[in-house]
Design a protein around this ligand. Structure first.
Ligand code: ADP
Length: 301
């Protein structure tokens, strides 16, 4: 097969591993810098150009679109969809997962476990917003934050109000969320590929830190999932429409609650923690599913 990875940096661990795994399985694979692609949007023959040439017809595209290039990246992905190319994660699914609020709205409709969450832009009653999710302590999140940046724990109603007002002053959209204290700074990252959890790890935040992000100094180990956790992860990927994703779950007393669904999950932490060839399993998924025209959006974008 001829596969393309859309990635800004061919030296990133995840990109390198996907290249290695594809080549090991006898495929041809190109790393294409998403921002350097340009599109020829013309009737009946949409193409993607790169370095002055039309890109060849690929059997599959693996998008690795960073949060900072979502707008342009999803447009490039969409262009491949218009050409009928099989895409591991389609543009609409990436856009859905990038927006925490949109994701939670979609997940809640399907009954997926979630922390109780309020969303606000200019709440006229901040106290009620806090009370409605169960009162302090609450977690306040910037809608567009990543890697734990913009996620704040407010221990008291007073500090929650002050933080909410500060964010409002910056015209930021925020989520106010029930604090899942019993998670104890631990979250579970499930890697779902093709509707199955292929690997899972437990991440523990650094000492005194409620955020478990590896970027914030957390550490990761292999974990065994309960049936309910596995079903939650699979359902989340399905609701978002993602062929491959990382589903972050907290262990709440009432069962698993989903934190977020990531359409470009890093492979390094999970391959190290589980000792699994995750990149190889992603390529295997592509081998089984890559057919021209096998797109969910059917060109509807
Ligand atoms: P980001 O997308 O920036 O990583 P998350 O919403 O995933 O932000 O939050 C980062 C981390 O903070 C989570 O992985 C989790 O460990 C912790 N966390 C977030 N929300 C809650 C919550 N409501 N209760 C307990 N811990 C939380």
């Amino acid at each position: 097969m001829k596969i393309a990875i859309l990635s800004r940096n061919k030296n990133l661990y995840s990109t390198r591993r996907l290249v290695e795994a594809a080549e090991a399985r006898g495929h041809e694979i190109d790393v294409i810098d998403t921002l350097h692609c340009y599109m020829d949007i013309t009737s009946n023959k949409p193409t993607v150009r790169y370095h002055g040439k039309e890109l060849p017809k690929y059997d599959a595209v693996i998008p690795r679109i960073g949060a900072s290039v979502t707008f342009y990246g999803t447009a490039v992905v969409r262009q491949f969809e218009m050409m009928g190319t099989f895409i591991v994660n389609e543009s609409v699914a990436i856009s859905r997962s990038r927006d925490k609020l949109r994701s939670m709205q979609l997940l809640s409709r399907k009954g997926v476990g979630l922390p109780r969450t309020g969303f606000a832009s200019k709440p006229d009653n901040v106290k009620d917003l806090i009370k409605n999710v169960g009162g302090a302590p609450v977690v306040i999140k910037l809608l567009e934050g990543t890697q734990g940046i913009g996620v704040v724990l407010a221990e008291t109603t007073k500090s929650a109000e002050a933080i909410i007002e500060a964010f409002m002053g910056l015209k930021a959209n925020i989520l106010v969320q029930e604090f899942i204290k019993e998670a104890g700074g631990v979250d579970i990252r499930c890697l779902v590929v093709g509707g199955k959890v292929i690997a899972a790890m437990k991440r523990q935040g650094a000492e005194g830190e409620f955020r478990s992000n590896l970027h914030r100094g957390g550490s990761a180990v292999l974990v065994k999932l309960s049936k309910e956790e596995r079903a939650t992860a699979v359902m989340s990927a399905k609701v978002m429409g993602l062929g491959m994703c990382g589903v972050d779950i907290l262990r709440a007393e009432r069962g698993p609650v989903v934190m977020e669904v990531n359409s470009s999950p890093g492979l390094e932490g999970i391959e190290m923690a589980t000792n699994k060839d995750v990149a190889g399993m992603i390529i295997e998924y592509i081998e089984k599913n890559a057919k021209e025209g096998n797109t969910r959006t059917k060109g509807n974008g």
